[in-house]
Design a protein around this ligand. Structure first.
Ligand SMILES: *Cc1c(COP(=O)(O)O)cnc(C)c1O
Length: 388
């Protein structure tokens, strides 16, 4: 096999465009929406996903995910919806992992009936839970690992094997891991989807998505994508290329901080539970260790009963409350009050989301400062309860 350049070399250079005219150090940005059609090999147009900058970034993403090809989308949901609908039509069925990103869940619940696509959510994460949902008309298995918000782990080799056995397309939302921590195509998964809004962008200022797969599969995704029109504008493509240059460095910093902070929280007397796949008592630890290169920057935890979770959140100074995740800055989300607020406490409980659960996106700040912020907020959480 041809030896790949190292991760950070791929991040920095793969796909880059040469500035032949001025010899600048970075890819030139081509904003044209109009290209000649005579005497050219390729008919270029932004909605055909084939402008110079789109193609350059696709090469970088494919190199990062060890796939033949990639397409860059205007959002993570544009990537998710186009990938799913490219392989599913009227009368087809898809097997979906139990807990999925909220937007993906909404797409399925609110739109799939309209397209005549049937679906089943699994009741668990093991092979039997997936196998028993497969029907004669099943075409796709769709998973997300680590999942949101409880960081559950699905065995990707098992999923790939099951898909091959039944002639299905396997798809993963690889957003939480990023290509630095997990390369599902090496494990036999067909379609790899990213919300590039998260680690790929990494600075909480870009909305984008990506699908990485073989040439053949990308061809099928493209044939729908050009009709739906979910491409990313070239300016943002160019910014995303810049962001990804530091992806390897950033994600490794997230990994290091998160692993140490998970251990710190685990020992903390104010903390009830920590959900982090890098902790040995996490139910997915062994699988995560086998299929991931790092455990990522995402975790969830609960403060002990009697402590005031809202007061804890209000007292945080460095760690920002945020609906999104995976920026260089540490952010925290209160699912029962935000992303999962529309569910009843019983429904949340059935998904394992307690009313005290906090989802923590560990940033790359100095660890001692993150920990100091948690320490002072824990004190506030205790005080509020006593005086209340
Ligand atoms: C954010 C996110 C998405 C959706 O991405 P957008 O860029 O917001 O459209 C999909 N999957 C996961 C796991 C996410 O975190």
């Amino acid at each position: 096999m041809k030896k790949r350049p190292g991760l950070n070399t791929v991040c920095t250079h793969a796909g880059e465009l040469k500035d032949e005219q001025f010899k600048g150090a970075v890819s030139p940005l081509y904003m044209a929406t109009s290209y000649a059609f005579e005497d050219v090999e390729v008919k270029r147009y932004p909605r055909y996903f084939n402008t110079p900058n789109q193609e350059a970034l696709a090469i970088k993403l494919a190199a990062l995910e060890h796939t033949e090809n990639a397409l860059i989308f205007g959002s993570g949901m544009a990537a998710v919806s186009t990938a799913l609908l490219a392989f599913l039509g009227k009368g087809d069925h898809v097997v979906l992992q139990q807990t999925l990103y909220g937007g993906t869940h909404n797409l399925i619940m609110e739109e799939f009936d309209k397209f005549g696509i049937a679906y089943s959510f699994t009741s668990g994460w093991d092979e039997n839970a997936f196998a028993k949902e497969i029907r004669e008309n099943t075409k796709v298995i769709y998973v997300e690992t680590p999942s949101n918000p409880l960081l559950t782990i699905t065995d990707l080799k098992m999923i790939a094997g099951l898909a091959k056995k039944h002639g299905l397309i396997s798809m993963i939302d690889n957003t939480f891991a990023s290509p630095v921590n997990q390369n599902p195509s090496d494990l036999g998964i067909d379609i790899i989807i990213h919300s590039a809004t998260k680690y790929l962008g990494g600075h909480s200022d870009i909305l984008a998505g990506a699908v990485c797969a073989s040439n053949e599969h990308i061809k099928q995704v493209f044939s729908l994508a050009k009709n739906l029109g979910g491409n990313l504008s070239d300016y943002t493509v160019w910014l995303l290329e810049r962001s990804i240059k530091t992806l390897g460095v950033r994600v490794k910093a997230h990994n290091r901080n998160a692993r140490r902070i998970a251990k710190y929280l685990k020992k903390h007397e104010a903390v009830e539970t920590v959900y982090y796949p890098g902790l040995k008592d996490h139910p997915g630890y062994e699988i995560a260790r086998a299929q991931m290169n790092g455990f990522g920057g995402m975790m969830s935890f609960e403060l002990k009963e009697g402590l005031d979770t809202s007061a804890f959140l209000k007292a945080l100074k460095l760690i920002k409350p945020s609906m999104s995740l995976a920026g260089v800055e540490s952010t925290i989300l209160y699912p029962s009050k935000t992303s999962h607020a529309l569910l009843t406490p019983e429904e949340r409980k059935s998904q394992g989301i307690s009313d005290r659960l906090l989802r923590f996106s560990v940033g790359i700040e100095d660890r001692k400062d993150i920990i100091a912020d948690i320490e002072q907020a824990v004190l506030a959480a205790g005080k509020m309860t006593v005086t209340a």
